[in-house]
Design a protein around this ligand. Sequence first.
Ligand code: GLN
Length: 452
Amino acid sequence: LSSAELVKETFAKIETIDPKIEAFLALNKEQALAKAEELDQKGIPADSLLAGIPVGIKDNIVTKDLTTTAASKMLANFKPIYNATVMDKLDQAGMINVGKLNMDEFAMGGSTETSAFKLTKNAWDQTKVPGGSSGGSAAAVASGQILASLGSDTGGSIRQPAAYNGIVGMKPTYGRVSRYGLIAFASSLDQIGPLTRTVKDNALILNAIAGHDKRDFTSSAKEVPNFAEGLDGNIKGLKIALPKEYLGQGVASEVKEAILKAAKTFESLGATVEEVSLPYSKYGVPVYYIIASSEASSNLQRFDGIRYGFRASDVKNLEDVYVRSRSEGFGDEVKRRIMLGTFSLSAGTYDAFFKKAAQVRTLICQDFAKVFSQYDLIMGPTAPTPAFGLGEDIDDPVTMYMNDILTIPVNLAGLPGMSLPAGFANGLPVGLQLIGPQFAENTIYKAGYAFE
Ligand code: GLN
């Protein structure tokens, strides 16, 4: 099979499958085909496992000459003049970007329902949400349109949609992957990562996109190991912790069952699983919504109707340009976060909100550090329930926010976390989450590969 044939086949698949899933916001037909033909001419290097493979990209990762909307009316016609670092890296690996994938507006949401453009459906049941915010990235892979995609994860947005769609999603350690060219939501939490069908594919793609980048001063100079190398199925002696809070209130009994079964599987593979406690994790959701919204309120100031994107028409004066462009360009969820963030950072409330949240964030980090002084990995569910119904939670922000209770602490502590399939509950996939110490993605992949 030539690379051009594979790309053509992929677009044919998208044409038949996507009308029912609605994962793609834009297709990259001409550029993708040109790239494939170029590869075919040059010849694909024998040692390359990624060259010529089609990949889809979450629409908050900037792609040169291809619309990048963050699923917002604000950026509906935005065509970047540069590539995110991860795009250059995928290109160097020979991967072919076939299109941009739907998401919650500016990555704010957990169901892809805050997108200004379309409703993406769960790959297993089209009456259910695909999760979010990387819902398009997960559903496109799970429905068999593409083998891999990139997403972003600020509070669970790679892992939760991966769980809801029964695929593998990795949020790497903060700093492992460059954020240059990722449209910023909450800069101290955002990370880009791969969504794939298998653990090994995931490891290969993380290898392609990881590494230091001088254009992102928070990217780490730490050496990037070969993540795919240690995958041999041997996890004898691995010490796994199971926090009792992760099976607590709000976690559906079928999900609990699937996770306890996974614990047994790990034991049968020669690992040990012991119960531990992460007492501060219960504060993760409120702490996250203060910190993430504060950072978002600052990051989104640039969308002022002047420099970027949407501008309201028939404006009276400069003030009117700002107010009306932002009022009309942003959706409700984004506005809710901007207001909450601006409030938390205000002179009169800063100490009681932002500062307090930052202090509790430190306690959450210490919780994890304590467990990782004795264990190699933490396991638990990715989300408290399987995918919920389209339209079910969208008018109830607090219920929606609680879906992230098990993924958010990982971002607050900058740790790597991966979701992988662990069976089904009532016909819908359940996600197992594996969390490691900073820069221990290789341990997570090793355990995931053995479990898979
Ligand atoms: N669902 C969470 C939120 O709404 C997480 C989103 C994300 O990780 N981008 O903020």
